[in-house]
Ligand binder design. Sequence first.
Ligand code: NAD
Length: 270
Amino acid sequence: MSTRVGVVGAAGRMGIAVCQAVLAAPDLELVVAIDPASAGQPIHTLAGCDAATGMIAEDLSAAIDAGAQVLVDFTVADVALATLRFGAANGIHVVCGTTGLSGDAIAELSQSYADAAANAIVAPNFAISAVLMMRLAEQCAPYFDNCEIIELHHDQKVDAPSGTAVETARRIAERRAVTDSGDFGADPTEREVIVGARGAKGAANVNLHSVRLRGLVAHQEVIFGAQGQSLIIRQDSYDRSSFMPGVVLAIARISAFPGLTLGLDALLDR
Ligand code: NAD
C-alpha cells in the first residue's frame, strides 16, 4: 500500500521538487499540498506536477482531511515548528528539511515526540553526499589543529550560516570532545579591519563563512589544517534533485524511528 504524503511549503523551490519526487515514487501518493501563497491553485500548475490532482490548500488542517500519514516541510523555521507540533499532536509523521530551528525548539520537540503517536526527522541536508561529508569531517576532527568551514549558497537563502555548516561544526566538536582533543586553538586575529572578516564562531572554535551568489545551489568546504598540510572536504549540490533521494528515503523509513531524529545519518544505514 502506498504512503499518503502531504507537502508543506509546496509552492516553494524545495516544495515543488518534493511534490515532483513524491509523484514519481511508485510507493508514495501526494494527497495534499499546502502553501498559503498559492492556495486555491490546482497542484498540477506547479512545474513538473502535471500528474497531480486537487488544489493547493491554505493550512495544515487540510492534512487531516486528506488522511496524510507523512508531512514533508520545507518552509521557514516558525512554520516548520508549527508543522512539527501539529504532527506530534495529530499522529502524523513529519520529515522536516527546513533549517534555522532554534535549540529551544529542538528541545521542546524532543520532549513532545517522546510521547507522540508519530515520529519526526529534522535534517539540515538531505543530500547523501552532504551526509557523508559530515561523517568524514567528524572522522578527521581529532587529527588537525584548525578547522574552518566555507558554505556557499544561492542568493535567495534567508538564513546564515547554513544549517549544514552549523551541524558540521557541532559534530566536529562532539568528536573532539569524545577524543579529548578539545576545541581548536584560539583565533590569532587581534583586529578585524572589517568586522566579520573572520566569519562566525561555530562549535569548537570552527570559523564559519557564508557565501551567497546567484547561480549556486548548496555547497560546502570543510578545511582542516595541521603543520605543513591541509585537507579539504568539498560537497556540491548542483540542483535540488540532489536532496530528493534522501527525502524519499526519510518518508519511507520515518515510521520505524520513534521520537525525534536529528539528521539523515541515523536513517541511512538501516
Ligand atoms: P522558498 O522560499 O522557495 O519556499 C518556502 C515556501 O514556504 C514558500 O512557497 C512559502 O509560501 C511557503 N510557506 C510560508 N508560510 C507557509 C505556511 N504557513 N504554510 C505552508 N507554506 C508556507 O524556500 P526554499 O528554498 O524551498 O527553502 C525552504 C527551506 O528548506 C529553507 O529553510 C532552506 O534552508 C531549506 N533547505 C533544506 C534542504 C535540506 O536538504 N534539508 C535543502 C535545501 C533547502
